[in-house]
Design a protein around this ligand. Structure first.
Ligand SMILES: [Zn+2]
Length: 222
């Protein structure tokens, strides 16, 4: 991708769950619990490898504590001080990830990710996580999912002076598509409205499965 499109900004998602036999985002200790600190050097190594391969932005999505600082140190140490970190800082344990997990076949073999992802009712904890990741050296902050967490997005926008990204996840996308297929909703209209809501709440960057369609719609409107 780097050599095919030198002008493109490349963002690499950094996590371990696609590569662990158990599907969790970190390594496990002897008791079968996530070993936060043992996971950090592995994430840092992965981020450095992506940067070596040409990624401009490294985006850790694992939710381990301390990973932004570990990745920043690894990037700086490997001669990549200019590469940015987009932290999935407020990533909630959400039912809206369902279609992606099905497609990627990456649901954990046992347990779930709720132990390291955030509790949906807890908006203040999200702000604390965002603040911590910023202090560790994150250049951009992400809220995920987007639609059910617009309040967190708006609070993040009001509080922090870095670009705020939002991730409209697979379930948000699939729900609108399914309703449109039944003739209940006008897909272009509601997809646009959902993206506008996310932008209005404060997202300067939106990651969405509607990206290609939305780009065509925007080009048409211009
Ligand atoms: Zn993961």
């Amino acid at each position: 991708m780097r050599s095919a499109a030198p002008e493109l900004a490349l963002i690499a998602d950094v996590c371990l769950c696609e590569y662990t036999t158990h599907g969790h985002c970190g390594t496990l200790d002897d008791a079968g619990a996530i070993d936060n600190d043992a996971t950090l050097p592995l994430l840092a190594d992965a981020a450095r490898a992506y940067a070596d391969a040409g990624a401009d932005v490294l985006a850790p999505s694992d939710m381990m504590d301390g990973r932004v600082a570990a990745i920043r140190a690894a990037l700086d140490g490997a001669g990549h001080p200019e590469r940015a970190i987009l932290s999935y800082a407020a990533k909630f344990a959400s039912g809206f990830y369902g279609p992606f997990r099905e497609a990627a076949d990456c649901a954990p073999l046992f347990g779930d990710r709720a132990g390291y992802q955030m509790d949906p009712p807890n908006g203040r904890e999200a702000i604390a996580e965002l603040r911590d990741d910023l202090a560790e050296g994150a250049d951009l902050l992400m809220v995920k999912p987007a639609g059910p967490y617009l309040d967190v997005l708006a609070a993040a926008r009001a509080r922090f002076d870095v670009p705020i990204a939002a991730y409209q996840v697979s379930g948000e996308y699939a729900a609108l598509h399914a309703a449109a297929e039944r003739g209940w909703l006008d897909l272009r209209r509601v997809a646009t409205e959902s993206l506008l809501g996310i932008a209005r709440a404060g997202a300067g960057i939106i990651v969405t499965y509607f990206a290609l369609e939305a780009a065509a719609w925007l080009a048409e409107e211009r």
